[in-house]
Design a protein around this ligand. Sequence first.
Ligand SMILES: [Zn+2]
Ligand SMILES: [Zn+2]
Length: 165
Amino acid sequence: MGRKVILLNKTDRSLRGAVFFCLFSVGLDKRLFHKYYYCAMDDMVTKNFSRSEFACQCGCGADQVTDELAIKLQLLRDLLGKPIKITSGVRCLGHNIDIGGSKNSSHIPKDDGKGRAVDIACDNSPFRKNVICCATEYFNRIGIHKKFIHLDTDEYKSPDVIWVY
Ligand SMILES: [Zn+2]
Ligand SMILES: [Zn+2]
């Protein structure tokens, strides 16, 4: 295909842990902490996507996705030639329940600790058409919602499906 995706080094988790402990011990609000923590220590997963973009929105810090998901999302971004806004990436069990996600959602990390799904913002017809056309190049599990498009690489679920919410 001639398209290149560069996976960068993982962040130093122990340093993150130390900063987390210091800030948490002075009683910083979890959500606020999450925001600044990622501003200060962001790292890129691929050329255009940072780790924080995949992070669970409850502030728990879960942010790991499979390389397959990250690479395919970057390929989609390259093909689209436009920015992609992730509206939901990894979801911990609690957050998935809070937002009414399905019980076996692919957003929930599996035994390897990694999520396999993203929802990307998409609320107009031309962009939706474009995203779906491009996404079918790389993804074989696509969910279509009025406001977003769900893409996942869940190897435990049926391939070659497109559904609506
Ligand atoms: Zn969470
Ligand atoms: Zn989703």
